[in-house]
Write a protein that binds this ligand. Sequence first.
Ligand code: C2E
Ligand code: SIN
Ligand code: SIN
Ligand code: FE
Ligand code: FE
Length: 405
Amino acid sequence: EKENRAPELIIANKELAFQNEEKEKRATELTIANQEAERRLKHTQALRAIDIAITASTDLQFTLKTALDQAVTELGVDAASVLLLNPSTHTLKYAAGRGFRSNAYRRTQVRLGGGLAGKAALEREIFAYPDFTVNQPNFTIPKLMADESFAAYYAVPLIAKGFVNGVLEIFHRAPLHPDDEWLTFLETIAGQVAIAIDSATMFNDLHRSNIDLMTAYDTTIEGWSHALDLRDKETEGHTQRVTEMTINFARSAGMTEAELVHVRRGALLHDIGKMGVPDHILLKPDKLTDEEWVAMRKHPTFAYELLLPIAYLRPALDIPYCHHEKWDGTGYPRGLKGEQIPLAARLFAIVDVWDALRSDRPYRQGWPNEKAINHIKSLSGTHFDPKAVDLFLNMLVELSKDQAE
Ligand code: C2E
Ligand code: SIN
Ligand code: SIN
Ligand code: FE
Ligand code: FE
């Protein structure tokens, strides 16, 4: 009986062994699949991290650091760097790096077409040296490379929108055995870095043209303001003086630097409305008649009408439009009262009257310091915001101390 059953057992055993083998094989396959999935996920997460760094930051340094961190970790290499192409000097210059032993590498600067990085950029091709024992690259800085004891090197051109904007360099202190996935990931990272450089450069260019535009605006305003001073012959220099004083005053009153941009423009243009006041009134060497006053009192409204359509000057309207309003509501053109009057205009009004009183006018001589100070004090709470007057008088004291020194 036993002997009869032996072959069956043997067959059953073989069957079992075979099933086990199959299971093990499937288990191994699953493990590999899992590992691959995990690696892909990590790579995706790495790319996502770079993406976030690109969108969240206009700071190229930060983005490059993030990208290099991810590159080094995910590619499993010792060091990496980004060289940026300066299109006007045709040189590649170190911008970011990690994993280097010495700081000397930071001074890297290569001509386009010179060095391996320069060749990669010029020829728009990856220069690959996965194993120096097989293929030793001809470095332009051999000593530095030897000191770092690298054994593998890749130079990958960074190309965005068809233009090379830099080179990604990868270094390893042991030979590399890259597979397709590694190479694909290297190229993907390089693509991301190129995009980051491109968008940061675009931002910088935009930022620069914005600054250029702002400078052009301000130069234009200063030109206008000078023209206004010239027309009002006796008050040459008045506008520059009140502008400077108003900015200091507004800063000490707590206005932000962003607000001061508009305060400055408003002060420079405060009497632009006088362009609508005829010469025979503006330059009259005598008191104004009631009729002439009607024309003169229109100058803030003229300013409003003139500046309102100019978008970048709209936030600067407070001073030109409201500098003749009074704290007690008896000012013009709208008879605003107290804090209805914009702060910038409340502050400016004091400075304007102060400087006007101190200056010679066609219709009177300039007043001495004491007389002007007493006059400002006497108008606290009627013409002027009382808190602003206190602050102004303090500022005058500080200024006279500065001048005494
Ligand atoms: P402005 O000469 O620059 O004066 C600005 C403000 O400083 C005046 O606003 C007023 O509040 C004050 N201020 C200037 N000079 C004197 C002064 O001699 N005495 C006193 N108490 N305050 C003075 P306001 O009054 O609304 O005048 C606006 C503008 O009208 C003046 O600018 C000036 O261009 C013109 N203006 C004012 N009074 C006369 C005048 O008697 N003759 C002429 N030709 N123009 C005048
Ligand atoms: C580099 O350019 O950063 C190193 C490679 C070379 O020396 O050509
Ligand atoms: C002026 O300087 O143009 C006129 C004086 C003023 O109203 O402040
Ligand atoms: Fe005015
Ligand atoms: Fe003025």
